[in-house]
Design a protein around this ligand. Structure first.
Ligand SMILES: Nc1ncnc2c1ncn2[C@@H]1O[C@H](COP(=O)(O)OP(=O)(O)OP(=O)(O)O)[C@@H](O)[C@H]1O
Ligand code: SF4
Ligand SMILES: [Mg+2]
Length: 337
């Protein structure tokens, strides 16, 4: 076991049952599932930014929601490493979970949906503090709210507390969303595409705030993005997801410079290169991502893989193998490609 781990996920599975019609029910057709997350394992070290990357629908948000226990996983374990050793989150009962919830907070993708339009900034930030009984009196409540607003660079903080979401710009809203995740003093932040809905001109500022907060508060991040070039600059390590599985993981530098899985190779090949004199061959994948209700046999990437080998790739599912220090790949043929 590695030192300094803050969060560890072991074989996490989130399957959503598909509603059956009456006829299917009477015919006793087997229950079908959307296998949104289908057995993933990873760890995040303390103070690290771990990126989950992959195309739309590969299971990134579902993973984060399961870590928050907003969705019950179908299987697997989630370990949080606190001062007193590891706590297995899936074994906590409701009461224990409520106490624990403050330690992991999530920033959702859409700042317009994350804030209640009827709540002022003060109400939005005071509610979690009151619910969790974390402040003794109204003076302390106000101090804590003003301080967190300053942390997300909303100056002067007094001018923001009485505003409603429609009185804020997109960037300011997202900063209030970040403040509402921070106000409980969490140790881990799950940031789900935190800048993808923002105008390009303000993305950098919001990212800078997230990085600054990480240093200042010693936070650990799970950073979800479909943008590999962003993951390269922001994340220490990444996990590349395809159809509910992690197919490659390692330091972002290593995975992006030296991708081994054909899917990662394809993603990397389309990252824009700043120097126009450098030519890189783009790998365009054939077909669409299959439905997570009908996962292909063997390697789930095989119907789209340019290196597919009959009788090998469609037979057994490859598991993650360590090919160099902390660089893991799930492909039968990685050495030959
Ligand atoms: N509550 C649900 N019931 C049934 N299926 C679901 C549910 N939530 C998610 N899914 C399905 O699970 C799969 C993974 O969804 P998820 O939202 O985790 O993807 P994602 O990687 O976050 O995609 P995006 O980049 O578009 O946000 C998708 O096929 C989605 O339709
Ligand atoms: S196991 Fe086969 S199909 Fe899957 S990624 Fe590797 S080469 Fe492609
Ligand atoms: Mg998502």
């Amino acid at each position: 076991m590695l030192n300094n781990v803050k969060l560890r996920v072991e074989d996490l599975r989130v399957w959503f049952p598909v509603r059956r019609g009456l006829i299917e029910f009477l015919q006793r057709k087997p229950q079908k599932f959307v296998k949104a997350v289908d057995g993933i394992s990873f760890y995040i070290k303390k103070g690290e930014i771990f990126g989950l990357v992959g195309e739309s629908g590969c299971g990134k948000t579902t993973t984060a929601r399961a870590l928050m226990r907003l969705i019950e996983p179908m299987g697997g374990k989630i370990f949080f490493y606190g001062e007193d050793g590891p706590i297995e989150l899936t074994s906590l009962n409701k009461k224990q979970l409520k106490k624990f919830r403050t330690k992991i907070q999530m920033i959702f993708q859409d700042p317009y949906e994350s804030l209640d339009p009827k709540q002022s900034v003060f109400d939005a930030l005071s509610e979690p503090l009151k619910v969790n009984k974390l402040v003794k009196n109204s003076k302390e409540l106000l101090e804590r709210i003003l301080s967190v607003l300053e942390d997300v660079r909303l100056y002067p903080p007094e001018s923001f507390i009485d505003r409603y979401p429609h009185e804020l710009s997109g960037g300011q809203r997202q900063r209030v969303v970040i403040a509402s995740a921070l106000v409980l003093n969490p140790e881990i932040i799950l940031a789900d595409e935190p800048v993808s809905m923002l105008d390009v001109s303000i993305r950098g500022e919001v990212l800078r705030i997230l990085l600054e907060l990480k240093e200042k508060r010693g936070l650990t991040y799970l950073f979800i993005t479909h943008d590999l070039s962003l993951a390269r600059v922001i994340c220490d390590r990444i996990g590349v997801m395809y159809l509910g599985k992690i197919v490659e993981t390692g330091s972002s530098e290593e995975v992006i410079k030296n991708p081994k899985h054909p899917y990662t190779k394809a993603l990397v090949s389309v990252i824009p290169v700043p120097d126009p004199t450098i030519k890189r061959e783009k790998i365009i994948l054939k077909g669409e991502v299959p439905s997570p209700m009908d996962v292909p046999s063997g390697c789930r990437f095989h119907p789209r893989c340019p290196y597919f080998k009959e009788g090998v790739c469609n037979k057994e599912e490859p598991t993650l193998m360590e090919i160099s220090k902390e660089h893991l790949v799930a492909c039968h043929l990685w050495e030959d490609i």
